[in-house]
Design a protein around this ligand. Sequence first.
Ligand code: ATP
Ligand code: MG
Length: 157
Amino acid sequence: ELVDLHDYIERIVKKFTGLANDKNITIQVQVDEDLGQVYFDYDRIEQVLTNLLDNAIRHTDHDKLVFVDVEKEEEDVQFSIRDQGIGIAEEDLPFVFERFYKADKSRKRSEGGKTGTGLGLAIAKNIVEAHKGSISVHSKQGEGTTFLFRLPNINES
Ligand code: ATP
Ligand code: MG
């Protein structure tokens, strides 16, 4: 199966056009040109990207930006989803990948029109680790959040 990474990312981002437009959020995509052919479970990684984008847009205010970057890091391919949203409190950060964990308990869960189950990041971590990859989060309250994940051995089938 031959998948063009740029088309793949664009197709996933397009699913969020409505949600982003409602808040006038711009999603900026950058995919490295020289990634070569990259092999991974496209459906499962789409699930990861979909949750990270959903989280980013839902926790970001009107008129802000969300960035999606895909680049080569040594032998890995690194995906980064960065928002300019509310951020995650330092005390919550170690737990965001746990099942059912919600950092914004005090906020109205219906915000953004959807109530989450708190499973998305736990599933994302499982999928990434099943690829022998790793996922991490950096965040500052009031400034934004970046989720990074890396998948190894990108040029081997
Ligand atoms: P689900 O993904 O199952 O629909 P969810 O989005 O609440 O529900 P996760 O994706 O696992 O669950 O995220 C867990 C919690 O981490 C969220 O409820 C939210 O509090 C916090 N969080 C995740 N991503 C962000 C982000 N980009 N900015 C701020 N908080 C975030
Ligand atoms: Mg989620």
